[in-house]
Design a protein around this ligand. Structure first.
Ligand code: NAP
Length: 294
């Protein structure tokens, strides 16, 4: 068997186009201009790239994009003051503080300071708690993207056995909740789980969110399973540079899986697209409008 490649780039592009259509509609019909504020502390090169991509894609969707850059040695009180200002700013409907933050800043305090109604990263405990309780919530973008990619293969996930490998607040835990909302039967694994190959072999849906290059081997995967690879790692390449690899041994998995996301070109493409979805949803909720059609 050769697995179908799930084209995250194409799916993300369609999603961004749908967001842009809905943004145009709420502007036309309600005079609402959704706005996203991104806060970058320091100059971590990877974070710089993400922030630039978020800015470009937000503007391309027709939304307002506000960028705030603070030095790496900014005082926590000054960062909190900026978040307070953004919480009160009627033009800002989504606030994203780019992680990781410098060690001098207490990340949890910053996450908790963002107005939950503008928490487009879905990390505030109010949103995490609502999601875990099965209530409507702003959900983290990467897990949302994983569900959309899975739904591009399966119209319904009801009754399917899923394994989520990784239990971070950013990916694994919210993904578990979103899969439960889809009526999947979910196993969540982590660094202390026993016999990961055996757990994985039972799964119709495999989500790898670990950060360990090619941890999940082809021999672990149930024939025909759908594999969503969240991992973004780099390994040395033949030309002396590095190449991107996921948490799944892609070439091995290709022979066994029914469908699989590539790295790059899979989940990574969906994360920013889902950030736009969350910003649009937050703007409509704050303005008292019905949930948009994305
Ligand atoms: P994280 O916070 O470091 O969490 C990693 C998780 O993997 C932890 O729960 C850890 O278990 C578990 N783990 C570590 N070693 C394991 C092993 N040998 N077997 C089973 N589980 C193991 O990472 P993250 O933020 O969730 O990110 C995971 C990966 O996704 C990274 O490669 C990251 O770059 C990527 N990522 C991609 C996107 C995207 O847009 N594509 C977005 C976010 C993250 P414990 O809890 O027991 O320590």
């Amino acid at each position: 068997m050769t697995a179908r490649i799930i084209d995250g780039k194409a799916i993300a592009s369609k999603l961004r186009a749908r967001v842009a259509d809905e943004v145009a509609r709420v502007k036309r019909d309600h005079g609402l201009m959704p706005g996203l504020a991104v806060v970058l502390v320091g100059n971590d090169p990877a974070s710089e790239i993400y922030v630039r991509s978020k800015h470009t894609q937000t503007q391309a969707a027709g939304m307002a994009s506000f960028e705030h850059r603070l030095p790496a040695d900014v005082a926590q009180a000054d960062l909190l003051a900026l978040i307070g200002k953004l919480n009160r700013d009627a033009n800002v409907h989504g606030i994203l503080v780019q992680l990781p933050l410098p060690k001098s800043i207490h990340t949890e305090t910053i996450i908790n300071a963002v107005d939950p109604a503008k928490d487009v990263d879905g990390l505030h405990p109010n949103n995490a708690g609502r999601l875990a309780s099965g209530f409507a919530a702003l959900s983290p973008c990467t897990p949302l993207g994983c569900i959309i990619l899975t739904r591009s293969v399966h119209a319904s996930l009801e009754g399917m056995n899923a394994i989520v490998i990784g239990r971070s607040n950013l990916v694994g835990r919210p993904l578990l909740q979103l899969l439960l909302n889809e009526n999947a039967t979910v196993t969540i694994a982590h660094s202390r789980s026993r016999d990961l190959p055996k757990l994985t072999a039972r799964a119709d849906l495999v989500y790898a969110a670990v950060g360990k290059p090619e941890l999940v081997r082809g021999s672990w995967i149930k024939p025909g399973a759908t594999v969503i690879d969240v991992g973004m790692n780099r390994l040395p390449a033949a030309d002396g540079k590095t190449r991107p690899v996921g948490d799944v041994a892609f070439i091995e998995a290709l022979d066994v899986a029914g469908a699989i996301t590539p790295v790059p070109g899979g989940v990574g493409q969906m994360t920013v697209a889902c950030l736009l979805v969350n910003t649009l949803r937050a703007a409509c909720a704050i303005a008292g409008l019905p949930k948009p059609a994305v």
